[in-house]
Design a protein around this ligand. Structure first.
Ligand code: GDP
Length: 467
């Protein structure tokens, strides 16, 4: 996993928080991901827990440095404090050396201090060959943030105002980190998915409370298999059940429902709804296919949309399940089409996902979820022949050329290759990626989908300059 090292002076709470709009706030330390990029974040101040009080810091120093970094026993806590800067440096070196991206974090409210300049110098002196991103934290208001960030220009890096609390700028920051990591990794890292006949794809059943997730699971695997005893202190996120289809394909079913109830009881502080989204997110992460269940009468909610966005972002295949279809009276073709349009409209990020209508309560059409899941899982693992792929791209370019810049330059696609599956990921080698603006990229995305299919799975297009 590529590594990102966070560097900064040891002061204040440096935890960078990623804001999942209103839902969960994940700490960025440890294994992280953003879009399709996974990476490891190392806090170089790790020896010293920066969010702790000064007393806490002293406590920890006393423990970790009974013998100093250079083997000399520490005389006192005062001495330990005095040694802080050099300790951090030593601890930081290893992390910084193996990191692909260095995230230099400063405090926008405290302003520029001597320690920042020292760290900046140190980074420039030793690591100028690495990508260094300077993030100015505590810039809660974007406009004021720009002002707060101004003085940090003198450090010799471009300051990016962010706010760990409100999430302002953290998305942009992560985009920057990831685009750097992609460059760093090259393409080799992508193509590491081996075809494996014995793979057991995981299907998760997610959705809001009471939409019928457990009922669906029961209808699929039989009541007795899903009885969950409420073991206290369990840390498992979800209950997995294995399912074998009539044609012998095995699937792992990840249920998020049973756990939700226990969790809701266990932590009265969080709302059931919030918890269910959290559970959904962690289940999505472990899945190949996500069955997103909505209730026919209630249709799509904002929470469903958040889950849908996450499915797309994580590159998972998806089947939209409209459960309790029995509760909709007087159905006919027209009203069903109308209903479908409504769902499509509200779940636009999943416009590629098939919709299954079912009633878990009487078992109607529930098996269609599995056949749809099986189809989308195959699509997610599908490789497109190079010649067909290049033909599709060539035709798309012929039909609509990339826009010409004012200087008369125009993007050219040399060739395209599928670099990965799960999800299908295509790399377009071009003269200059900057010559392909976002609308054109969307157009290409759409063309590839309409010509090459891939129903039920997100696809990724990566644009690489090759000069
Ligand atoms: P979960 O919280 O998503 O796991 O939802 P449950 O499976 O516990 O179902 C919630 C309620 O909806 C239960 O009372 C079920 O009997 C009911 N239910 C589930 N599926 C259907 C269905 O297809 N039709 C109708 N009418 N009710 C259903």
């Amino acid at each position: 996993l590529p590594k990102v090292a966070v560097i900064g002076r040891p002061n204040g709470n440096r935890a960078i928080v990623v804001d999942e709009p209103g839902v969960t706030r994940d700490r960025l330390y440890g294994r992280s991901y953003w879009g399709d990029q996974e990476f490891m974040v190392i806090d170089t101040g790790g020896v010293i827990t920066l969010s702790k009080s000064q007393a806490g810091v002293m406590e920890e120093l006393a423990i970790t440095t009974t013998v100093g970094m250079d083997g000399i026993p520490m005389a006192s806590r005062e001495a330990a404090i005095a040694r802080m800067p050099s300790m951090i440096e030593k601890q930081a070196v290893a992390a910084v050396e193996e990191a692909a991206v260095l995230l230099f974090l400063v405090d926008g409210q405290a302003g520029l201090v001597a320690a920042d300049i020292e760290i900046a110098d140190w980074l420039r002196r030793n690591f100028s060959h690495k990508c260094i991103i300077l993030a100015v934290n505590k810039c809660e208001s974007p406009r004021k943030g720009q002002m707060q960030a101004l003085e940090f220009w003198s450090l010799g890096f471009t300051p990016l105002p962010i706010s760990a609390i409100t999430g302002t700028g953290t998305g942009e920051l992560l985009d920057m980190v990831c685009s750097e990591l992609k460059k760093f990794e090259g393409l080799e890292g992508l193509d590491d998915v081996e075809e494996d006949e014995n793979r057991v794809p995981a299907i998760s059943i997610v959705g809001r409370p009471n939409v019928g997730k457990s009922s669906i699971l029961n209808a699929l695997v039989g009541e007795d298999r899903t009885i969950v005893s409420p073991v206290s202190g369990t840390t498992r996120d979800a209950i997995d059940t294995e399912l074998t289809t009539v044609d012998g394909q095995k699937y792992k079913l990840i249920d998020t429902a049973g756990i939700r109830r226990r969790a809701a009881v266990a932590s009265a502080g969080s709302t059931t709804e919030t918890l269910s989204v959290k559970r959904a997110f962690s289940a999505i992460r472990r899945s190949d296919v996500v069955a997103l269940v909505i209730e026919a009468m209630a249709c799509v909610s904002e929470q469903d949309y958040k889950i849908a966005e996450r499915i797309e972002k994580e590159g998972k295949a998806c089947v939209i399940v409209v459960n309790k279809w029995d509760t909709i009276p007087n159905k006919n073709n027209e009203s069903t089409t109308h209903y479908e349009q409504d769902v499509r409209e509200k779940l636009r990020v999943l416009d590629w996902a098939p919709i299954v209508y079912c009633s878990a309560i009487n078992g109607n059409s529930v098996e269609k979820i599995i056949s749809a899941a099986s189809l989308v899982e195959k699509e997610r693992s599908r490789r497109l022949g190079t010649s067909i792929l290049n033909q599709v791209v060539r035709e798309a370019v012929a039909f609509k050329a990339p826009p010409r810049t004012r200087g008369g330059k125009r993007g050219r696609v040399y060739y395209t290759t599928q670099a990965a599956v799960r999800p299908p990921t295509f790399v377009l080698f071009v003269n200059d990626a900057k010559l392909f603006p976002e609308p054109y990229r969307r157009y290409m995305h759409k063309q590839l989908r309409s010509d090459a299919g891939f129903p039920g799975t997100p696809i990724r297009l990566l644009w690489r300059s090759r000069k």
